[in-house]
Design a protein around this ligand. Structure first.
Ligand code: WTA
Length: 657
């Protein structure tokens, strides 16, 4: 775990909120202290009150029923209440703000017009899509995979599933056919919603072709609903494929919302772990919505009339909670962007901010670092005076990027919320609140209401008390947004999160609590890496590599990368008789992109005649990580290796980055 952040923070200082920020904030310092204390002292009372922010069909009587004991893990919130998420995100706003824009859609190409979709229009779209799903035979509890670009139909599809009680599982449109197929099968989906093509950064991905390839190996009868986005040619399977615009013309937009139990699943989202295949994280209906809505309002200090923009993709949890569910539950105006930060040029983000007068802007450190490298002129030529707040998520932000974000983008007047959370947590877990805390570059700082972080000794698992300490990060008690299980594998859920440190939810992250009691996330302590804010298991990249006929063995680690945060470093042992070459390097890169998707493309491939293994055959990743980091001085004890000489060879032949 790094200690460099510590010295950086001391140099970078502390940034108190302006008087104006404090004055307008929903939550100031006193209120945070008071509410946090109440949320921990009386979790039941606190969340009973907070749950009033959403509409219930049948009110709940029991707030929580939670057990973190291994073998008995159960997490239930508001379990006997009933509600519908789409009614909360759409219908209830129509009476009060029907003409207000719910979604601003900004297309990939700035020359194309943006769309402003009001809450009333959103209601019509969602109802129509819900009726189309029904007409295709989708029933409550069945799974629907959504594989779409960042177009409004992605939000309609999510809300339409929620409306009829179907469980959606979004697969990021950058994932390959194989990755898509594994997820469709993993949750036994009955339908895939996709588009003909996905424009992004001026290029088009053939999404429907990917779906065809993904479903080719599947013997079942998965249907496909296709949204027309680009108008390009597609291979249409007449027995199983449906054009959305044709089906939509056949149904009405009136679809009554299904009454759902608070603990009915709302969605499954596959995410990477340290072992095996990605797991289907399950979030349910009531607690998730309460948590997403409350965190959205408080962390971003969202006020009626604000224009809020989260640049994530709906394929990740950030898009679920903070483009769609949180903002829409709050009746907000949320911006959906189809494009990328650097096309047609590096001012695209800032032009969108100017054009739509964005008030809150939420992005990932990797985007900030990439844009920082392009110079300040791209930002300076845009009018960013509407901005009130900036946010970051997905990985630790280095102080240089934080300072650039603060001064160049925020002109020193916008508080930065560095939000630490996970797919598993459903919403923000730690973050400074804009009107309550003086921020520190790189620190996620304070727990959100109801969140009880603890720093554990990684070996003994005991809580480390006091400040100025470091260890692994766990959470002591449940919060309503917590994942409930792994789809189809509750045992894996318990084993992954509750077995290493008994009685706690283990995050997989390391952390430090500084002298003021503020938290600093130091990165993953398991074999999960964070590449450009995308979470990936090194095991997934390894299994993709060894699936190649010429590869005998592979070990993959992360290494520090200036833009991406972490890069993918692969040690590859070839089959006997195969010769390393530049062509083969290229071939393996292309192979991994094909197996998983472009986000998993290896940055470095080093040929490894042997891998450092213990006598029992376990690969010593610690050593491989050090070599990838160019840190040969502290390799630690290599005497337990079966063949210590392989380490010297790996150092001597370290691949150039
Ligand atoms: C990392 C994304 C430092 C962390 C919402 C976590 C962060 C993983 C931060 C979850 C942050 C996320 N500072 N690290 N503000 N936010 N992380 O599931 O390692 O895609 O465990 O969820 O991202 O990634 P996931």
């Amino acid at each position: 775990m790094t200690t460099s952040a510590q010295s950086d923070s001391a140099a970078a200082g502390v940034f108190p909120p302006s008087a104006e920020t404090v004055a307008q904030a929903h939550v100031n310092a006193e209120k945070y202290a008071e509410m946090y204390e109440a949320s921990v002292r009386d979790s039941t009372g606190f969340w009973r009150e907070q749950a009033k922010r959403i509409d219930w069909i049948k009110p709940f009587t029991e707030v929580r029923d939670v057990d973190f004991t291994l073998g008995h893990v159960k997490i239930n919130w508001f379990a006997d209440g009933t509600l519908n998420v789409s009614a909360n995100c759409v219908d209830r706003h129509i009476a009060t703000r029907g003409d207000q824009t719910a979604i601003i859609w900004e297309p990939d190409d700035p020359k194309d017009p943006a769309l402003h979709i009001s809450y009333r229009e959103l209601g019509e779209h969602v109802g129509r899509m819900a009726n189309v799903l029904k007409s295709l035979g989708i029933r409550k509890g069945e799974r629907v995979v959504i594989y779409l670009p960042m177009i409004p139909e992605a939000a309609y599809a999510m809300l339409a599933c929620a409306r009829i009680g179907a469980i959606h599982s979004i697969v990021f449109a950058g994932f390959s056919p194989d990755a898509l197929g594994a997820r469709v099968n993993g949750c036994d989906a009955k339908l895939v919603i996709t588009s003909d093509g996905a424009p992004r950064g001026g290029k088009v991905t053939k999404l429907k072709d990917n779906v065809n390839q993904a479903l080719l190996h599947d013997t079942s009868d998965v249907k496909c609903l296709i949204v027309r986005r680009t108008g390009q040619q597609i291979a249409f399977r007449s027995d199983l494929d449906y054009w959305y615009h044709e089906e939509a013309a056949k149904v009405s937009s009136d679809c009554p919302p299904e009454e759902m139990s608070a603990e009915d699943p709302l969605f499954i989202l596959y995410t990477s772990g340290s072992t095996g295949q990605p797991k289907g994280v399950v979030h349910t209906t009531g607690g998730y919505l309460v948590y997403a809505a409350l965190t959205h309002e408080v962390t971003f200090d969202y006020h009626d009339g604000d224009v809020y923009w989260c640049t994530a993709d709906v394929g990740w949890v950030t898009g679920h909670s903070y483009i769609v569910y949180g903002p829409l539950a709050n009746g907000a105006t949320t911006l959906m962007f189809e494009g990328v930060p650097t096309w047609p040029d590096a001012s695209r983000f800032w032009q969108v901010c100017e054009k739509h007068k964005v008030n809150q802007f939420y992005t990932a450190p990797t985007a900030i670092r990439a844009l920082m490298g392009q110079g300040t002129e791209w930002v300076e030529k845009c009018d960013l005076s509407a901005l009130k707040l900036l946010g970051t998520v997905g990985e630790p932000i280095n102080p240089e990027a934080w300072n650039w974000y603060n001064t160049v983008v925020g002109k020193g007047r916008c508080p930065i919320v560095d939000t630490w959370w996970q797919t598993e947590t459903g919403g923000h877990m730690m973050t400074p609140l804009p009107g309550a805390h003086a921020t520190k570059p790189g620190s996620a700082q304070k727990p959100f209401f109801g969140v009880q972080p603890v720093v554990l000794d990684p070996t003994s698992g005991t809580e480390i008390e006091g400040n100025g300490v470091e260890g692994v990060l766990a959470i002591k008690d449940s919060w309503p947004g917590q994942m409930r299980t792994v789809w189809g594998d509750h045992e894996r859920f318990e084993k992954t999160y509750f077995s290493d440190y008994k009685g706690y939810y283990f995050s997989g992250d390391g952390c430090r609590r500084d002298k003021d009691g503020d938290y600093w996330i130091t990165g993953r302590v398991d074999d999960v890496i964070n590449v450009s804010g995308h979470r990936m298991g090194t095991a997934e990249v390894e299994s993709a590599l060894v699936a190649h006929a010429k590869v005998a063995e592979a070990a993959v680690v992360g290494y520090p990368h200036d833009i991406k945060g972490q890069g993918i470093y692969c040690y590859v042992t070839l089959m006997n008789g195969e010769e390393p070459s530049e062509e083969l390097r290229k071939e393996l890169r292309a192979w991994v992109r094909h197996e998983i998707g472009p986000i998993a493309s290896p940055d470095v491939i080093q040929w490894a005649p042997g891998l450092p293994k213990t006598r029992s055959g376990k690969i010593m990743r610690r050593i491989l990580r050090k070599i990838a980091e160019n840190d040969f001085g502290s390799l630690g004890d290599t005497s337990t290796l079966a063949d210590p000489a392989v380490v010297d060879d790996l150092i001597a032949n370290r691949a150039p980055k």
